[in-house]
Design a binder for this molecule. Structure first.
Ligand code: ADP
Ligand code: MG
Length: 365
């Protein structure tokens, strides 16, 4: 178990500023996800933590001990930090067991550590297989087992589930999470997949342009994003133009109560953030219902997303649950109602360009 502290780390490759002042503390035994789009600096951060790149500025401490700072660096092999790369990285000519046992000392081998971690990652019985006789998911499990085998205090995972298909990813995430927990390792998982970050980590640090722009528990990031960009990146966002009236906002979907804000709240003309699951279908004539036309429907089985146009032209998105029973069709007139509170943001801040699940960005056109 070990606490990892990253303070003001900068790293440039020539003129490319990959990291511009990263601060991050990972509590001992915690699993933190670093979530950011491609090119935001996630891999560079992991490489600085692992010791493959020296930071230009700033320092990294493990259990209080300084492991990286300009001109003073503990070499990677002495950091006791394990890295699980994106894919591959198994020795093709070694069996599963030998791959896992590779970094173990004799005592650990004799104590059966390799077999124990093999069980931990759900591969009991496959010790004699060669890597090319394993599925992609099984190979990643072996890579995780090999990283965990020497009981490193810190495990870094760089988009380890990318090459796998969706169903396999979900299962592997759960098993890897359990294996990390069982071992008490401090873990940093890098991903561009918001579902992966929100479902696996106790804390998510959102990275953009070489900086951590917000970090906190998944519920906080989803419910109280720091800015419109984070709002769009960690979930699907519906933006409504609004005029503030004390703790309420007048919007094309009616008057919506605002989430209580600390500090200075915006005033006047703003835009408010809703999540698609806050917009529900209600029977015609329900109090405060707003009419809309369905312009698109994406059916996902457990839920469906509706793209809707209000009479004034505003576009919104609604997530409807149990869509298999009586789903509205494209062209249908429906009535909408907003549940819960909304957050207000100043108008015109840059939003994320993310397009989750193939949906066009919603909100005012
Ligand atoms: P991510 O892992 O989030 O996709 P990276 O850390 O790989 O981001 O990259 C951050 C930025 O640094 C990108 O602009 C990338 O092109 C650049 N970069 C990464 N590694 C190198 C390198 N070895 N040389 C030059 N530029 C690099
Ligand atoms: Mg990367």
């Amino acid at each position: 178990m070990a606490e990892l502290r990253i303070a003001d780390v900068h790293k440039a490759y020539g003129r490319v500023r990959a990291l511009s002042g990263v601060h991050l503390t990972v509590r001992s035994g915690a699993l933190v996800a670093v979530l950011g789009p491609s090119g935001s600096g996630k891999t560079t951060l992991l490489r600085c933590i692992a010791g493959f790149e020296p930071p230009d500025v700033g320092e990294i401490r493990l259990e209080g001990r300084r492991i990286a700072a300009p001109g003073a660096s503990v070499p990677p092999e002495r950091r006791r930090i394990a890295v699980v790369p994106q894919e591959g990285a198994l020795f093709p000519h070694l069996s599963v067991l030998d791959n896992i046992a590779y970094g173990l000392d004799r005592a650990a081998r004799r104590a059966g550590r390799a077999t124990a971690v093999l069980e931990l990652v759900g591969l009991a019985g496959l010790q004699d297989r060669m890597p090319h006789h394993l599925s992609g998911g099984q190979q990643q499990r072996v890579a995780v087992a090999r990283a965990l085998a020497p009981r490193p205090p810190v495990v870094l995972l760089d988009e380890p589930f990318n090459a796998l298909d969706a169903a396999l990813r979900a299962e592997l995430r759960r098993d890897v999470w359990q294996a990390l927990r069982a071992d008490g390792a401090t873990a940093v998982l890098v991903t561009h997949d918001q579902a992966e970050a929100l479902s696996m980590a106790e804390e998510v640090a959102v990275m953009r342009d070489g900086r951590i722009v917000q970090s906190g528990p998944p519920e906080l990031l989803y419910g109280s994003p720091a800015d419109p960009w984070v709002a769009g990146f960690v979930g699907e966002a519906v933006w409504l133009p609004a005029v503030l009236d004390r703790d309420r906002a007048d919007t094309p979907l009616g008057t919506i109560r605002l989430t209580a804000l600390e500090g200075s709240a915006p005033t006047g003309t703003v835009r408010v953030l809703l999540r698609p699951e806050q917009i529900t279908l209600v029977p015609p004539g329900a109090p405060n219902a707003v009419a809309a036309t369905v312009v698109r429907r994406d059916f996902y089985g457990h839920d469906a997303m509706l793209a809707l146009r209000l009479d004034d032209g505003t576009r919104v998105a609604a997530r409807i649950f149990d869509p298999a029973s009586a789903p509205p069709a494209v062209g249908d007139e429906v009535c909408l109602h907003v549940r819960g509170t909304a957050r207000a943001f100043p108008p015109g801040e840059r939003a994320s360009g993310r397009r989750p699940r193939g949906r066009r960005p919603s909100g005012p056109a």
